[in-house]
Design a protein around this ligand. Sequence first.
Ligand SMILES: [Zn+2]
Length: 187
Amino acid sequence: MKTEEETYSEVQKIFKKLGKEEGISNSEGKIIRLNGRWVMFDTSYLPFGALKELDELLGPVSRTILYRMGERCGRVIYDRYANLGFDRDSCLKFIAAAAWYFGWGLVDFEIKEDHAKVRIYNSFEAESNIINNGINPENSCHFIKGVMAGVWGRYSGGDWFVTEPKCKARGDEYCEFILKPDLKSKT
Ligand SMILES: [Zn+2]
């Protein structure tokens, strides 16, 4: 077997045969950004593939599972910026900028008195749905809805309910999300 260094050198040589693709991992095989380790997944299998497998095993609860995974992710994302000492509104701006940085899509948002509206151009989840399922009225960005619920829960406190009246994977130009306080969960 090869050492770590020999393995690195070997994969470098092999990958060069694919063309001019720049590696994004370091010599340890890790992608390090913003003080954390990241991995990349191809949208041809995630998150649509996770939804599909969960759906076959468990039924419609699969959407709730994906949503809940997103919610956890949203809390972690918000805390990353909050822990750096940014104020609440700056955290939201950094999250939107990071969505661009990590290829999730282009995020715009506006905050009203009783709700918030978020628009995502080229949502990775919508495109994962389109690659696998075409434009379909059943499609929705369940994971991203959860991410927003998690982010807004940290931003405003309490629980938030997120709907997606427009989705690129249902034929709309972009995905649009409405966030409202989840009054049911407070009773
Ligand atoms: Zn969508």
